[in-house]
Design a protein around this ligand. Sequence first.
Ligand code: NAD
Length: 346
Amino acid sequence: MDRSFTLGLRGTRVRSFDSGCINPEDLSLSRAAVWVCDEATRQFLPSGADPAVVLSRGESAKNWDSVLKIIDAALSVPLGRDDLVIALGGGVVCDTAAFAASVYMRGCGLVLIPSTLLSMIDASLGGKTGIDHGSYKNIIGSFYPAGEILIYPFLLKSLPEAEYLSGLAEVLKHALLEESSLFADLSSLRKDVLERDVRVLNDLIPRSLAVKGRIVEADPTEEGIRAQLNLGHTFGHALESLLGLGVLPHGLAVAWGIARAMEAGVSLGATDPAYAAEVKDFFEAYGYNLGYRIPDLGTYLDILERDKKRKNGEVNFVLQRRRGDTFLTPLSEELLKKVLTPFSDV
Ligand SMILES: NC(=O)c1ccc[n+]([C@@H]2O[C@H](COP(=O)([O-])OP(=O)(O)OC[C@H]3O[C@@H](n4cnc5c(N)ncnc54)[C@H](O)[C@@H]3O)[C@@H](O)[C@H]2O)c1
């Protein structure tokens, strides 16, 4: 089944397919195209995907060299401004190809075919493109929404379990941000979701993506409600940093952080305790560990202080009163210690 809808962000069209391959007819290939993939996703290129730029796997591919390879391939066609760069890969491939598309001839056509769960429901949407430089992540980039995002849940079958669960935490998070049937459906279809049932994901992934779409649409320049998408991130990022980047997959840290945000909200008297318990049950039923230990609370609190989302000298935490009712607030050190001490070794 082809599910199709348009998100307001410069009219990005989203289509999702329950097929077992990428069918060239799914794309409007009357236009010339350069495909960009990595070593993991080249196996999914449809016939006729030529030329194809194959990047190496992982974050280190987000660099100028990759951008110049894409531009050289575009020149070899030669691609015009109305033609397409098509990215087939995770957030790394999508961010890099989107950046190249945004600067080639001051911007050419862009189609994203995200191949990790994170990129399907997060990285592909919102228009942020970028590459890394030195130790700076996404320091060179542009704002360039894709004309079209094509979702193929079959691609997720080959994704390593840790990558899948990491992205899935963000899907569950989206279900908390709106009062809709997504939460109930993710609860009742848990077994199918964990088994990566293509037909079930073909329904749930576009609905999860649409949550981000509605939030981004309401706040394209990140001045207001877009911060809601950071639910669990402030607590989670600090644990990720403390343990060393890459030790704890991002989504697992976010799930842990959402549990801490629920406890902080209850401590503050703002979050309905029954809702907080329901959210923790929701994540635990999916197998997330909400009890990771903080090896050193003092250093953890220092990291929170330095959090990049700090504004006017304060760290703003994203909390919820209940599902669909999210707010930002600073938290006192006393409250943080009360919430975090049960999870701390020192
Ligand atoms: N633009 C945005 O708004 C935004 C948002 C979030 C994250 N990001 C960026 O996304 C990147 C992370 O993306 P990611 O988590 O998708 O990681 P990734 O792109 O590095 O992919 C993870 C791994 O999975 C492999 N892979 C990809 N698809 C596969 C498939 N179908 N089967 C088997 N293996 C596959 C990749 O080769 C890689 O080794 C970061 O660079 C981050 O900055 C961007």
